[in-house]
Design a protein around this ligand. Structure first.
Ligand SMILES: [Fe+2]
Ligand SMILES: [Fe+2]
Length: 341
């Protein structure tokens, strides 16, 4: 029995809760998991129990094959298979590190290494997607007009190619949380101060955005020139955002707040195209079904709906972060919205 299992067994004794099985041993994710999983380990999340039925629902099976991208699906199957056999390839390690088999309640293997069952959640789709922060001052107006200006070339380039547009948007959207989280982390080290949970909250946002990208990539395969565009955009955007965040975090967060508002508009257009039949409502990718705990017959429309809800939450977090600093306070002085989806 390896040390991971021993640690898990120890936690089980301490917490007295069990949510799943790892290598046949009842295992607890309670105190070992922070942030959004605190809500999960609280046994209720969004009004639904995490254990029992909810657990089984979360562990959905892969959907029926997607007509539009058979080759990509094959690659995904290979990738998932690789994930599950990885344990066999690295059966033991001199360093004591191995990924134990995490199983569903029905005994089937959890196929993802990139996220674990306790990191999944049900999106709060009841959030108001029309909320808008009216620009009040120079910083607000600068942020707002910059975002609106940047939207023009994006719309011209992608036109009605909603999937490509969304995918490219996600490559940009996943940068600010990582830059902000990294800078707050360094500040915490420099100043010997707690971050108030904001490091984790911003990194959660970055990870959530990255999962949007991983989902969109299952639906749309980027062309070579789009990959080139991502490379160039990331080089410019990462450095520019880094400088803005160092100079004026309140401008940086306001900018992201408006960027999220634009993302909501883009996903609303995407949804309308699906509803009108312009875009085929294909089955949801398996990764999306597991990550958002969607029903196994979920479709693209369900996926875009939950992603849009995520964007609305990011909008709130970033406008909130900017507001805190406009009040002359530091982020750490206000509670970080950990696990806010
Ligand atoms: Fe996103
Ligand atoms: Fe977002």
């Amino acid at each position: 029995m390896n040390s991971f299992v021993l640690r898990s067994a120890k936690q089980c004794v301490v917490n007295g809760r069990s949510y799943g099985t790892i290598s046949g041993v009842r295992t607890v994710y309670g105190s070992a998991v922070v942030g959004r999983s605190v809500e999960l380990s609280g046994q209720r999340n969004g009004g639904l129990a995490f254990g029992g039925l909810e657990w089984r629902r979360m562990m959905s099976y892969a959907p029926a094959s997607m007509e539009k991208a058979p080759l990509e699906k094959k690659e995904r199957e290979n990738s998932a298979a690789e994930d599950t056999k990885g344990e066999d390839v690295v059966a033991s390690s001199y360093w004591g590190i191995s990924r134990p088999t995490i199983t569903r309640e029905d005994g089937t293997v959890w196929p993802w290494n990139c996220f674990m069952p306790w990191e999944t959640y049900k999106a709060d789709v009841s959030i108001d997607v029309k909320k808008h922060h009216v620009p009040h001052n120079f910083v607000d107006k600068l942020a707002y007009r910059t975002v609106k200006f940047l939207r023009v070339p994006m719309d011209l380039f992608f036109e009605k190619r909603y999937g490509c547009h969304a995918m490219m948007l996600e490559t940009i959207a996943a940068v600010p949380g990582m830059v902000g989280g990294m800078l707050l982390h360094l500040k915490s080290l420099r100043k010997f101060q707690h971050s108030g949970g904001w490091i984790k909250a911003l990194l959660e946002e970055a990870e959530n955005e990255r999962m949007h990208l991983m989902t969109m990539v299952e639906l749309v395969q980027p062309k070579w020139y789009e990959r080139l565009l991502v490379l160039a955009a990331q080089g410019v955007y990462f450095n520019a955002f880094f400088l803005v965040y160092v100079t004026s975090p309140k401008l940086a967060h306001r900018f992201v707040g408006y960027l999220e508002e634009e993302a909501i508009i883009s996903y609303t257009e995407y949804l309308e195209a699906i509803k009108s039949g312009k875009v085929e409502n294909v089955p949801a990718p398996a990764i999306a079904i597991d990550y958002w705990r969607l029903p196994k017959d979920a479709t693209l429309k369900d996926v875009i709906t939950v992603i849009r809800a995520d964007e609305a939450h990011h909008r709130d977090v970033n406008h909130f972060a900017s507001d805190i600093q406009f009040q002359g306070k530091e982020l750490r002085e206000a509670p970080a919205p950990l696990g806010y989806h």
